[in-house]
Design a protein. Structure first.
Length: 250
């Protein structure tokens, strides 16, 4: 992915990592369009950040995805990168039957949504000759957090999807890049004020350095996430899993 000259659509980029990445890519020279459900937030982003395009999209709604695709491609026929940022993370307690609603919503948003987005945008990306799909998994795809079982499962699914898509698309000119954030200071799960989470700007600094130095990188892994990503490979899985589980047990 050429961070200096790509045309990028990032659904789910109205705050946190998504918006931060959008602004960094724009500053590097790329044309960027962000998508989200909240029209008032999209309007604020357009006003606060001249040059950033905005499109309304609900990634849980197939019709909304198709409308957004048509709008983005109409405005930007050279679109050559899509970052599948949209996602939710909610604590759930399986002993409570009401948690099923959280689980179902999480699967639709975090797993089915990205799958639908890939299908919607793949013809456009293939037509460019060289293009990028960036998926967004998590350190929790490798070692899960007990408080968020379905979130972990969807992010493990995104990791697996990324691996297999990379093989299926290797002859099409569409590269698949997986971004795996660690716990980062955003509004997700109240991490914004968590001193143990990685500051957002530090995370973005590392991500942009990796993308700039390795435009063909398969996985974007900042140093902090390697504790989880390589835990099983390095024989530390039980130790890391217990450290994460102890937070649930209190």
């Amino acid at each position: 992915m050429d961070i200096t000259a790509s045309t990028v659509f990032i659904p789910g980029a109205t705050s946190g990592i998504g918006l931060g990445l959008a602004l960094r890519l724009q500053a590097a020279g790329s044309t960027v369009v962000v998508g989200g459900r909240r029209t008032e937030r999209l309007a604020a982003i357009a006003a606060e950040h001249p040059g950033i395009g905005t499109v309304e999209i609900d990634t849980a709604d197939p019709a909304s995805i198709e409308r957004a695709r048509d709008e983005v491609v109409s405005r930007h026929p050279g679109l050559d990168a899509v970052v599948l940022m949209a996602g939710i993370m909610e604590a759930e307690e399986f002993k409570d039957p009401a948690s099923l609603e959280i689980a179902e919503r999480t699967v639709v948003t975090n797993l089915l949504g990205p799958i639908r987005l890939v299908h919607a945008f793949l013809p456009q990306l293939r037509a460019q000759g060289s293009a990028t799909i960036m998926t967004v998994s998590s350190g929790l795809a490798s070692v899960p957090l007990a408080a968020t079982p379905t979130y972990n499962a969807t992010k493990a699914g995104i990791h697996s999807l990324s691996e297999t898509l990379r093989v299926q698309l290797e002859t099409t000119g569409v590269r698949v890049v997986e971004l795996a954030p660690p716990a980062t200071r955003t509004d997700l799960m109240g991490l914004k004020d968590n001193p143990t989470a990685l500051p957002l700007e530090d995370f973005l600094d590392e991500v942009m350095t990796i993308l700039g130095a390795q435009p063909d990188v398969a996985e974007v892994l900042v140093e902090r996430v390697k504790w989880q990503r390589f835990a099983e490979r390095e024989g530390r899985y039980d130790e890391v899993f217990e450290a994460l589980s102890s937070r649930y047990r209190g």
